[in-house]
Design a protein around this ligand. Sequence first.
Ligand SMILES: Cc1cc2nc3c(=O)[nH]c(=O)nc-3n(C[C@H](O)[C@H](O)[C@H](O)COP(=O)(O)OP(=O)(O)OC[C@H]3O[C@@H](n4cnc5c(N)ncnc54)[C@H](O)[C@@H]3O)c2cc1C
Length: 507
Amino acid sequence: MRSGSDYLASLKDARRVFVDGEPVQDVAHHPAFAPIARTVAGLFDTAADPASGIARTDPGTGATVNRLFTAPRSREDLTAYREAATTWARETHGWVGRSPDHVGAFFAAFAAHPEAFGTYSSSAAGSAAGSAAGSASGSAAGEHDFAANVAAYQKRIVDEDLYLSYAIIPPQVSRATTAHAWDGDLVQVGVAEERADGIVVRGAQMLATGGAVADEIFVSCIKPLGPEDTDFALSFAVPVGAEGLKLYCRRPYAPAASSAYDYPLTTRFDETDALLVFDDVFIPWERLFVYRDVAGLRRQFFDTGAHVLGNWQAQNRFAVKLQFLAGLARKVAAVNGVDKFPGVVEKLGELASLASLVESGVLAAEYTAEPDEQGLWRPGARAVYGAMGLQSELYPRVLAILRDLVGGGVLQVPSSVADMTNPESRADIDRYVHSPNADAEQRVKLFKLAWDAVGSEFAGRHHQYELFYAGAPFVVKGYAFRNYGFDGPLADVDAFLAGYGLETTPA
Ligand SMILES: Cc1cc2nc3c(=O)[nH]c(=O)nc-3n(C[C@H](O)[C@H](O)[C@H](O)COP(=O)(O)OP(=O)(O)OC[C@H]3O[C@@H](n4cnc5c(N)ncnc54)[C@H](O)[C@@H]3O)c2cc1C
């Protein structure tokens, strides 16, 4: 399996990542991206360590592979999958949303469901010569079997231990209409040209978290499209360094973070998020999975089980993060000497309940998992989407409790670690910023961590992330609505109503 240093070395390619008006030369050594790249490298090292339980033997090839890139095919597999995902999530304490297992889960499910992918007969007789982007493929025009493409690509993810990010949302131009109605051709990424050896895509897609430090990006569209949107009904995988692909990152937070002591989360886990711009990017046929097929996009995400498996991984990561926040809140309360006060116990109890709910949703999904018709063990959708449906209320509530408990302590801290090493300021900090159970260095460290969790720019981005990563809250509640299974509860109510009438005497 790939080591962390193999991964870091592979980042030096032709990728065009823009920050502050400049393309970044080498993401692995740039202050905005080096910290998260090192964190991802650490994940690869952990996976390669047999003691982590993340590696498994591929039954087909006998090779040692990352189980988080393979489909769970038994209950035991599913449990081992969750435990492996937990090991990775614990390494980042849940603060990295798009670790390589997220999109890895989607592809594992895609490959388990070849029937969800179509074919396409291409009649294009074009050639790569003189075209907008260079061709890497010699495949001829003709029949394209997207299930075979998915299978071959997923095998590459497993064999080469690839880290994929994804961008599956149209840019936020207007949500009143879909892309065909927007001003300008191909604002959302779409087909600019069909050629014998592939297609050329143009336009933008949001929002590739981790894209700047990924190997490749999966590009698709999960928002419903209409019949006039076929140009945009695509799925493909593209190397981050592909010619013509540009990543416009939001402001990275890591470079402004003065030290790990001051910003312990920002300095490790700032994944970055990027708008992708495809300036005529060539995609060979074998990298296409859905082509001009609006219904095919829905089949890909939902019929394959990819959405429920990927979001189970995400809820598991979220559960780990909530456990961390619960521990942080408890420690802050203890340092301030309020953890035995009844009002505080109540708040910590509420936080514990919220964290337990998500953890229970993850375990309930495993308990109610079943194999589908292709033998993929799918976590129970009712439990996965039930937990997800509450996330946009639950996370702000957790933050509110933590904010309540820290009070002004997160601001009664020195400006930076430099004040801790200046003898004059340090003497004052030692004297005035301490608690009975924590000296100044420990207390300041704890409250700076708390600020990075609730108040820093990194924390604000995380707040937004937890609300939106799986779709806007109304979309996620729609998943909960559709997957709850209202038939049983409705039948219960009908049976109850049928059990009495006008004539019934009150008991
Ligand atoms: C930090 C962060 C990281 C992300 N990472 C990724 C990633 O890695 N990959 C990826 O593909 N995407 C990612 N996303 C994008 C995410 O998937 C989208 O933000 C999400 O799907 C919501 O789409 P939107 O932002 O365009 O919001 P919109 O769809 O524009 O919705 C915004 C708000 O408008 C209102 N609204 C819009 N439409 C309707 C409607 N039909 N009915 C009622 N109200 C409506 C609602 O109030 C809604 O909350 C990320 C987002 C964030 C914030």
